[in-house]
Structure formats: C-alpha cells, structure tokens
Design a protein around this ligand. Structure first.
Ligand code: PMP
Length: 469
C-alpha cells in the first residue's frame, strides 16, 4: 500500500480548445479493444506503452491485407507474383531509406528490429577499431559493442553540457571508429543534441550511429541533414508490428564486412571451395526475407511522412505536457530525468510512486483501470542505477494513436491509488504482481481458446471493436 495520500483534489481536466492530443492523430488497429477488469466488467484498453511496441496503424494493416494475395518468394522466383513481390520489397527499401533521409549512396538493410540492426553493425565496424558509447543507452546499444570490443562506456554527465565535454575529451584522448548514441532515451525521451555529437565525432574521425528506436517513430529524422552515418530502428515501435526493422547508412563498412548470416540470398556465386558474397544490402539479408514486414514498415513510413510537418511532434507534445502536469499534481510522484538542460523529450515519461512497488502499481493500473504501462528497468540497467532507482520505475509513453482521454485514465487511476490503494488484493505470482485469484481469463488466451477474443469488425476498420471476455 502506498504511504502517501492525496492532500488536495487533483484537477484532471485541462483547458483544451480544439487541440493536438484530443483525438488520435492517426487511426490504429484495436483502438476500441475491450479488456476485463479485476472487479468485473470491461473497459476500453488504454495502451500507454508505445515505447515498447506501438499498435499497427490502420493504414499499415490495410497495406498488409492488400499485399497478402500478391505474396510470393522474392528475388529468385520466375513467377509473376514473385516479380510483383520483389518489386514491392525493393520499393519498400527505397521508401524506408527515404523516410530517414538516406543519401544516394547509403544502404538500407532490412533487419528484424533495432537489436538486430545494431548487432549487424557491430560486425561491420572494422576489426580492432574502438567504439564509444554512453552508459545511458538501452542494452541494445550497449551489449553488441561490449561483446564485440574494444569499447569505452563513458559515464553520462550530470548535464548535457558536461556530457558533451566528456565526449569531446574522450574523443581527443583516444581513437574511435564509431560513436553510438541514442536518438531518444527509452526511459526519459531525452537526447543529446545530435548536431553537436556528429560534429565532435567527425572532427575526431569517428562515425556516428543513432539508435533511432525511440526517435524515428516520433521525430522527423534525416541522415543527410544530420550528417549522422547510420540509423537503426524497429517496425514494431513504428506502427508496423510485423517483424521488420532497418539499418540505414554508409555502404563501405557494410560491403567489406562478413555476411551477417551466411546462406542463400547473401551470395553471388558459390563453389565448394569458395563463396563470392553479394554487396550490401543482400550480403546481410541471408535467408528468405520478411517481405510483408518490410512492406508494413514502408506503409508506416508513408503514413508518418504524409502528416503535415510538426503535427506528430505537436500531438505528442500536448499529451506529454498533460501527463507531466497531471503527475506533478499528484503527491509522491517523482519523474526521472537524465539531464536538467536537455531539449524537449519525446513522449516517454518514467516515474516512481513513493512507497509503492512499481510492479504493483502497473498491475493495479491494468487490472482496475485497463491501462497498460511498463514497469521495471526498461533494458537500461546502468541508467536506472545512475538515476538512483536500481529497483526500477514506471513508464508511460504516448504515440500517434494516444488521446488526452488515455492520459487522463492513467492520471485518474494513479490518483485513486494514492488516495485509497488497491481495491482488490494483489500477490506476486511467478515474479509479477497480479490480483490474487485473478478472475481475468489470461491463461485461456495464451492457449488455443481464441474464442475468448471476439472480433466485432475487421482489423482494417478503425472503429472495429475487439472484446476479451
Ligand atoms: N534502443 C532503444 C532506445 C529502445 O527503446 C529499444 C527497445 N525498447 C531498443 C533499442 C531495442 O529495440 P528492439 O527490441 O525493437 O530491438
């Protein structure tokens, strides 16, 4: 139970005109999915964990449905649909490269996700050359470098200015082939000014990789304009949860490196003695590619690129500000920040609730309010330790499908928790908090009983309603 109680009523209504955040910016599949509550009844699911995975855009689901009947093997098939699928796959590559401002000589490799892309790049940095990374990174932008070596993991400074100074000093003292930096923290949404990082790195002869998992889906990004060398991002965080991600950037390292996966598709010619490998991107796409995943990712890029300039940023800014104001009005909530002087974060906000286990609060928000947030250490253990919360925190994140009403549901739930605690008992089962004797039929859903999921309308329809019984 929390030790804090509300000392004054929390104002959860804000003076909204017609404003960003009032309605979804883009329709997403499952916006009306109903989920069961621990005390009985159902409510519309509110997903505030877009930093982990976003729902599919309706436009993406429609593109996948349209493309499925055209699907056939790519690259080597002689059939008409093989030719069509190859054209769709290669066009998707061009779309994704253009979406991140790829230069004419950049390569776009389709990967499974950001983790895959960064592991691939780790195998392409010239052997023996060092990589420089900060300790505030997600594990996906830390462990591939750590495993590859040599790597310097620089302690994140207490301010942006101090961090840039430490970066400059380290680059001046050693020789680095690559600086790997996040486009936005998955914990706080903060980032270092990319232009400054690129300038420092390039002046020292190092390239820059941007881990765009949390930035590409939320902020316009251009390799050409930023002069960064590589960008990696994930489809499942970019409204295309169909198993594809991408690494886009300079060709030379990718062409010189060993194939990421040795096998069909990655080669030009093979004899028993010798293999001639294909150039990138095919060199690193051994095996049959995820064609529909790539097409889905391109559809998401198309939909985001078609938004008026600044619309996505304004939408997410309004929601983040609403969340920030609402959390500030609640007692015992501490928001996490890496730097006091960072520029505007993306729509990700982590916080602790005084006296309450984050896992319990997250379980309560789900079971009693139908709100999905993340709890734990967010695959950023060194950062959580640095922020003084090695035991973890809660994280809420918004996206193109999020509305002000979604944010208010979270705030209302938290306010009720702080005022009166949970209304059903909770227990830790298999390491996670959940209502004791949870009446919700999750176990059945994990098995074959998909009758528990009733689809009220096709997934291509924004208004379709899905009910979990
Ligand atoms: N980098 C950051 C900043 C992330 O937030 C994540 C996912 N949480 C990743 C990398 C890894 O992404 P994926 O799991 O899609 O590989």
């Amino acid at each position: 139970m929390p030790s804090t109680v509300l000392s004054r009523p929390v104002v959860l209504t804000f003076a909204d005109g017609v404003r960003p955040g009032a309605a979804p910016l883009l329709p997403v599949v499952g916006a009306d999915t109903q989920v069961p509550l621990a005390r009985g009844g159902r409510t519309r699911y509110v997903g505030l964990d877009t930093a982990a995975s976003t729902p599919a855009l309706v436009a993406v689901a429609e593109r996948v449905a349209e493309t499925l009947p055209l699907y056939a093997s790519v690259h080597r098939g002689a059939g008409y649909l093989s030719q069509v699928s190859t054209a769709l796959y290669e066009t998707a590559r061009d779309t994704v490269a253009a979406f991140v401002g790829g230069r004419p000589d950049d390569v776009c490799v389709f990967t499974r996700h950001t983790t895959d892309a960064l592991n691939l790049l780790a195998g392409c940095v010239p052997a023996g050359e060092a990589v420089l990374v900060l300790d505030c990174e997600h594990h996906a932008d830390l462990l591939p470098w750590q495993r590859r070596g040599p790597v310097t993991v620089l302690p994140t400074g207490s301010t942006v200015t101090a961090t840039l100074r430490a970066l400059a000093d380290t680059l001046a003292r050693g020789r680095y082939a690559l600086v790997a930096v996040t486009g936005a923290s998955n914990v706080t949404g903060e980032s270092l000014p990319l232009d400054a990082v690129v300038e420092l790195a390039h002046a020292a002869g190092a390239r820059v990789l941007v881990d765009g998992a949390q930035s590409v889906p939320h902020r316009r990004f251009s390799l050409a304009e930023s002069d960064a060398d590589y960008i990696a991002f994930s489809g499942h965080k970019t409204y295309a949860p169909f198993g594809s991600g991408a690494l886009v950037g300079r060709r030379d390292w990718l062409d010189a490196a060993p194939a990421y996966l040795a096998g069909g598709g990655a080669v030009q010619d093979v004899t028993v003695e010798e293999t001639t490998w294909a150039a990138a991107p095919h060199r690193h796409e051994g095996g049959s590619p995820n064609v529909l995943g790539a097409i889905a990712l391109a559809a998401a890029c198309d939909a985001l690129a078609a938004l008026p300039a600044g619309a996505l940023e304004a939408h997410e800014r309004a929601l983040r500000e609403r969340l920030d104001r609402g959390l500030r009005a609640l007692p015992g909530i501490r928001q996490l920040r890496i730097w006091p002087d960072s520029a505007e974060p993306t729509g990700v906000l982590s916080f602790t609730v005084a006296g309450a286990d984050p896992g319990l609060v997250a379980a309560y928000l789900s079971a009693e309010h139908g709100v999905g947030v993340r709890d734990g250490r967010f695959c950023a253990h060194p950062l959580l330790a640095r922020l003084g919360v090695p035991e973890g925190a809660l994280r809420a994140s918004v996206g193109a499908g999020t509305t002000a009403a979604d944010v208010d549901r979270l705030l209302t739930g938290l306010a009720a928790f702080l005022e009166s605690g949970t209304s059903v008992p909770y227990a830790v089962v298999d390491g996670r908090w959940q209502p004791a004797d949870d009446p919700r039929p999750l176990a059945r859903l994990a098995g074959a009983d998909l009758r528990a999921v009733t689809r009220g309308a096709g997934c291509g329809q924004a208004g379709g309603q899905t009910t979990l019984r």
